[in-house]
Design a protein around this ligand. Structure first.
Ligand code: HEC
Ligand code: HEC
Ligand code: HEC
Ligand code: HEC
Length: 247
């Protein structure tokens, strides 16, 4: 068994290979970040902006960041029935959907302060003051580069579908109550994608079979990766896109 297999099995993980959130833009305690805590609250650590051991929004991933009130629909296709070219309906329920997409958009639509939490330091609904050139006075993300939903924090027009089924093992399926469209060419899908993460119905872990779907966290790992922009697979030679699409 070679070194690589040992690493894959997790039996041998040299520190140099480990990826850590601590040096990324998601460490809001990092005083060099353009979105960071205004006052030192080092005791709370950096996970608290997204997770809590107690009194979170949900048990699933112990979510601790205040969710957006927006529904995040694809407004530009709504008039035409709100479907992809393959005939799959875009979701209209992301706000209440358990998948991780609504979690990402709780900061990346710019409507909720990065420091607006459910629970921290034995306090309900704390609002940790944020500062830096990429947040406004209310602590909301304001640099348009990082705002994925636009307009009133609502519209996802022009963004890759999320909260929709992935044709896992080239089988049409239902995920987030949405069914793979009739014109999706099943032969064009990688049967079992590697590197990216497909989710089981309900937004949990990757499925071994059956209903599967994609979320923001299919392409990104918010805890950091060796690639730019938290991408799970590099974009060189279109590796990321070709992880799912056979083109
Ligand atoms: C900016 C938000 C954010 C921060 C900060 C963050 N997480 Fe997460 N975390 C998420 C999201 C979103 C998911 C769901 C992603 C998924 O299912 O792949 C998640 C999932 C997880 C999971 C379960 C799935 C997995 O990927 O293993 C664990 C465990 C976890 N986080 C631990 C931590 C710890 C520990 C820290 C602090 C060192 C931390 N996270 C910091 C957003 C964050
Ligand atoms: C608690 C708020 C929060 C949550 C939740 C959150 N982000 Fe972020 N994210 C930020 C902020 C703030 C930045 C940094 C923007 C800046 O530098 O000004 C950022 C930066 C990023 C970047 C750019 C990284 C880089 O190196 O340029 C990506 C990509 C990203 N986030 C994706 C995600 C995804 C995907 C999720 C969900 C899985 C997520 N974020 C959840 C607040 C959040
Ligand atoms: C199909 C894969 C995929 C999905 C799904 C996806 N992203 Fe990305 N994302 C990318 C790629 C690729 C980039 C780098 C784009 C570039 O080079 O300009 C990126 C870049 C980003 C950035 C950095 C700024 C920018 O716009 O380039 C943020 C923030 C981000 N994504 C957040 C999100 C959020 C939030 C979601 C869910 C609503 C999401 N992503 C879903 C592939 C994806
Ligand atoms: C994790 C799997 C995954 C990855 C990675 C991925 N896609 Fe997709 N892509 C999907 C799914 C699922 C759909 C929706 C298909 C359907 O049901 O209509 C889709 C749809 C599309 C569509 C069609 C949108 C429409 O309205 O018809 C395009 C174009 C596309 N993806 C391009 C890309 C590009 C470019 C990349 C790389 C940046 C990429 N995809 C990466 C899974 C993925």
């Amino acid at each position: 068994m070679n070194l690589r297999n040992l690493v894959v099995l997790g039996l041998f993980a040299p520190a140099a290979f480990a990826q850590s959130i601590t040096t990324t833009k998601h460490n809001f305690q990092l005083q060099t970040n353009n979105a960071r805590v205004a006052t030192g609250q080092a005791e709370d650590g950096l996970c608290v902006f997204c997770h809590t051991p107690h009194k979170g929004q949900s048990s699933l991933i112990l979510w601790n960041h205040r969710l957006s009130a927006s529904n995040h629909t694809w407004a530009d296709v709504a008039a035409a029935g709100g479907k992809t070219t393959g005939g799959t309906a875009y979701p209209t329920n992301l706000r209440t959907w358990t998948g991780s997409t609504s979690k990402c958009l709780s900061c990346h639509d710019g409507t909720v302060s990065v420091g607006s939490l459910y629970w921290s330091d034995a306090t309900a609904n704390p609002n940790v003051a944020m500062t830096g050139s990429d947040v406004n006075a209310g602590g909301q993300l304001s640099n348009p580069t990082y705002l994925i939903a636009g307009g009133a924090g609502n519209d996802l027009s022009g963004n890759h579908p999320v909260g929709v089924p992935y044709p896992y093992n080239r089988v049409a399926s239902t995920y987030n109550a949405i069914t793979t469209g009739p014109d999706v060419k099943l032969s064009e899908w990688i049967a079992q994608p590697v590197g990216v993460k497909v989710f089981g119905a309900g937004g949990g872990g990757a499925p071994m079979a059956g209903a599967a779907g994609i979320e923001c966290a299919s392409c990104h790992d918010p805890h950091g990766t060796p690639n730019r922009y938290f991408l799970r697979v590099p974009t060189q030679q279109s590796q990321l896109c070709l992880s799912c699409h056979q083109k």
